[in-house]
Design a protein around this ligand. Structure first.
Ligand code: PLP
Length: 405
């Protein structure tokens, strides 16, 4: 029986599966059908989990660390996280101010579930990582999307923040470097925002630092809890091992924040999601404590790819791409191709039409800006080989040349 009248809960009825995952599934199906599709959709580093991390996981299994662990992280992992926050970010978190979950996505869910009442508002600068607004809505809150265009470097400014705050605002969620834009907030960008927050004691700050290790051109990564210690008691600092250590499948995310919030997040974890994988936690201790020098080499490699992609995109008539400060994404404007007609006679009305055209006719999978709340743009994830990137960019250029009108 396929359909016995199932009706999804109203909470999720209007929320679909992540657009990024949908495009990935469609592109993979085309590939299985023998089409030469290049997938630049997923935010997945193309290098392997470091050997020392894999060895730590194997050793944990051999030691029998295959049972439930402490609910929100082993003491060993929390110690490694506390040390990481101190060493790399200059922020002191005690062990009871730290929580671990099954990926940063789960951390975000736990945090919102633990803190949002119906009608509470979360300010999210747009473009934003697709899941942010959906998690807020699932938890009963209201996502307040504030468009931040390319001219503003895709960054929220103090005036916009001030205007968006209402008595119902619970959180502001900032992500630097950003998925999808690669834009990052330096100290000078953060300062005015933190000053605004100092004037609104009912508003809390959630920062997603997932891409902190992937920054370019000497950009100095900073995190707000270090910049403004007076805001630390109402700041949640989120991070994880997925992107920096190529551990997306290991599912470990973590956060530092005020004790009461961390405790409330543990309630969700205890009743609904349980502890993260014991083996992945042991491996993550090694990731955070082990050698970090390979991160520099990774940055160099990602930078070469960023430069290649940005230059190739800006050489295409109708496409405009800002130089991102970090992460491994470009978020290029495609306003110049909207209104044009494909060789098959289809008029491109939206950025989704354009990315559909690229997938169907050029066999390149990218994600439309609409998936991240800002149009007309498209996101390329350049965490793939230079050879594939060159081929994909050539195909995109040819597809754009073939548009009429
Ligand atoms: N935050 C951002 C900005 C991301 O891009 C992602 C994944 O793409 C996540 C969080 C989720 O990371 P995790 O794999 O740890 O759940």
């Amino acid at each position: 029986i396929d359909d016995a009248g199932f009706r999804p809960a109203s909470r999720i009825a209007s929320i679909g599966v992540s657009k990024i995952l949908q495009i990935g599934a469609r592109a993979s199906a085309m590939k299985r059908d023998g089409l030469p599709v290049i997938i630049l959709g997923a935010g997945e580093p193309d290098f392997d989990t470091p050997d020392n991390v894999k060895a730590a996981a194997k050793a944990a299994i051999d030691r029998g660390e295959t049972k439930y662990t402490a609910l929100d992280g082993t003491p060993e992992l929390k110690k490694a996280i506390a040390e990481k926050f101190r060493r790399e970010n200059g922020v002191d978190y005690a062990l009871d101010e730290i929580t671990v979950a099954t990926g940063a996505k789960q951390i975000l869910f736990n945090a919102f579930m633990a803190s949002i009442d119906p009608g509470d508002e979360v300010i999210i600068p747009t473009p934003y990582w697709t899941s942010y607004s959906d998690i807020v809505e699932i938890c009963g809150g209201t996502a307040v999307l504030v468009p931040c265009d390319a001219e503003a470097g895709f960054r929220l400014n103090a005036e916009q923040l001030e205007k968006a705050i209402t008595p119902k605002t619970r959180w502001v969620l900032l992500n630097s470097p950003s998925n999808p834009s690669g834009a990052a907030y330096g100290e000078a960008d953060y300062r005015p925002l933190l000053d605004v927050l100092m004037q609104h004691p009912h508003v809390w700050l959630m920062v997603d630092d997932m891409y902190e290790h992937i920054v370019y051109d000497g950009f100095k990564f900073v995190t707000p809890a270090a910049l403004e210690p007076r805001l630390k008691p109402r700041t949640l600092t989120i991070n994880g091992v997925s992107k920096a250590y190529a551990m997306t499948g290991w599912r470990i995310g973590y956060a530092g924040g005020p004790k009461a919030l961390i405790k409330a997040m543990a309630v969700i974890q205890s009743q609904a999601t349980s502890c993260p994988s014991s083996v992945s936690q042991a491996a993550s201790v090694e990731a955070l404590n082990g050698p970090q020098d390979f991160l520099v080499e990774r940055q160099r490699s990602f930078k070469a790819r960023r430069d290649l992609v940005v230059a190739a995109l800006n050489a295409i008539d109708g496409i405009e791409c800002r130089v991102p400060e970090g992460a491994f994404y470009t978020f290029a404007g495609c306003g110049g191709v909207i209104g044009k007609t494909t060789p098959k006679g289809k008029r491109l009305e939206t950025d989704s039409d354009f990315t559909d055209y690229l997938l169907e006719d050029a066999h390149v999978a990218v994600v439309p800006g609409s998936a991240f709340g800002l149009s007309p743009f498209f996101r390329i994830s350049y965490a793939t080989s230079e050879a594939e990137l060159k081929e994909a960019l050539q195909r995109i250029a040819t597809a754009c040349q073939q548009l009429a009108g």
